[in-house]
Write a protein that binds this ligand. Sequence first.
Ligand SMILES: Cc1cc2nc3c(=O)[nH]c(=O)nc-3n(C[C@H](O)[C@H](O)[C@H](O)COP(=O)(O)OP(=O)(O)OC[C@H]3O[C@@H](n4cnc5c(N)ncnc54)[C@H](O)[C@@H]3O)c2cc1C
Length: 428
Amino acid sequence: MEAKRQKRIVIAGAGLGGLAAACRLARNGHNVQLYERSKSLSTASGAIFVRSNAVRCFYRWQLGEALEAVTAPIRNHQTRNAFTNKLLHLAQSTPAYPEWSTDRQALQTVLYDQACKAGAIVHFGNEIIDISEDDCHAYATCKDGTKVTADLLLAADGISSRLRPKILVDHDPASLTPTRVPSTHYPAEIPEAILASSELTRSICMKPDSEDSLMWAGEGGYAIGKYNHARRLFNIMFSVQHDLDGEDRAQNLFDQTGDVRFIRNFFAPCHPILRTIAHMTDSCSQWRLARLEPLDTWSSPGRRLVLLGDSAHAMLPNLAQGFSSIIEDIDVLSLLLETRYGTSDITEMWEKLRIPRVKKLQDASTWNYQLYNSGKAPGDELTSEERNRHTGDGNRDAPFNTLAFTKWILDYDAAEETRKFIEYRAKI
Ligand SMILES: Cc1cc2nc3c(=O)[nH]c(=O)nc-3n(C[C@H](O)[C@H](O)[C@H](O)COP(=O)(O)OP(=O)(O)OC[C@H]3O[C@@H](n4cnc5c(N)ncnc54)[C@H](O)[C@@H]3O)c2cc1C
C-alpha cells in the first residue's frame, strides 16, 4: 500500500478511448498529458452506438447532460429482410440505462472539450515513439525529442498499435498483429431533406422509425442505420463481405473515400427502400474490418506501461461494444486509482477484473459477425422460447444472442463490480 496521491498519467493517442480516459482521469484530479500523432482530432465519421453499460458510466461521471445534447436514445433494434423489407426481428431496448446513437465527430468533440476543461493537456502532432519503465516510473519519448516521466503510461494508440510490442515484450509479435476479416464497412450520411423527398424513405426520419436502429439483413452484406435528430440526418453503415486489399494494408484500415457506385450496384437487387437509400448516398468512407486475438495481459512486466482500448482488445463492430467496453475499462481503472494500492498492484487488479469480461465480448462480437454475414437475421437462429428465456440477473454463460447474455452485457455495473473486487482483495 502507498499513500493515495495524484498520479502523473501519460496517454498515447487521442482517439475515443484516449480522450475518454483523459477526461475521466483529469476530472479525478490526476495530472494528464495526452499525445496525439495527428495534427488534429480524427476525421473518421459514421454512427456509433453507445451501449447502456457505457451510458451508466457516463451518468456516474456526470457527463450525461453533455452527451445527451449530441445523442439520441434507441428505442428498438429492428431487423428487416434486405430484399422484402419484412420485419424479421424486433429487439426492445430495455436495459437499466438507455442506449444512445450518435456520430463519432460529435462524441469526440464532447470528450475533448471535457478533457481540456478538466485540465488534461493535449499535444497534437507529436507521436510517442518509444516507451520504457523502471520500478518507479514510466518513460515516453516523443517524435520531437520531448521526454516525459509518469507514474503510468496508457497506450491508447488503436488497433494497429506500434507501442503494443514494446509493452508485451514476452509475446510472439505474430500474435499481436490484427487479423483482417473479409468485410468492409462504408459509413455515410444522408440529410433529412433528401430522405424526406421520397415516399419510400420519408418514414425513417419520422417517429416511430426515427427512434429505432434499422438493420437490413442481406446476402453477402447488410446495412444498419439510425436517424440522428440532433443533426437531422440519417447515419447509414453499408457492410459488404469483401476484403479490399488483402493483408498488406493492415496498418491503414480507414480511408476517407469509399466507392459509392460500388455500394449502389451492390444493393441494387435489394428492396426499393434500401436501393433508394443507396442511391441517395453521394459519398461514403471505407473501413476494412479487423480484430485482435484476445490477449492474456495488457501490461508490461513492471505494469506501468498499459494498453488501453483497441490497442488491447480491438473487436469486430457487430456487438457495438468496442468503445463501450473501453468506457468500462476506464471506469474500473479510475476507481482503482482512488485506492491506496501501488500502481503495479492496481494494474494487476484491473486486468483481473477486465480481461475475462472483455474476452467474452470479443468472442461474442466475432460470433455476431459470423451471424450477420450468414444472411440470417440476428435472432433467427433461436426459437422464441430460447430468445426470451428468463433473464434473471443476466448470465455471462448463456448462449450469445439470448436475452440473458444481452442483459449481462448491458446491465453490467462496472463500479459495483470494482467495489466487490476491492472488498474481496482486502480479505485475502
Ligand atoms: C466500423 C466500425 C463501427 C464501430 N461501431 C461501434 C459502435 O457502434 N459502438 C462501440 O462501442 N464501438 C464501435 N466501434 C469500435 C470503436 O470505434 C473503437 O473501439 C474505438 O474507436 C477505439 O478507440 P481507441 O481510442 O482505442 O483507438 P483509435 O480510435 O484508433 O485511436 C487511436 C489514436 O491514437 C493515435 N496514435 C497512434 N499511435 C500513436 C502514438 N504512437 N502516439 C500518439 N498518438 C498515436 C492515432 O492517431 C489515433 O488518433 C466501431 C468500430 C468500427 C471499425
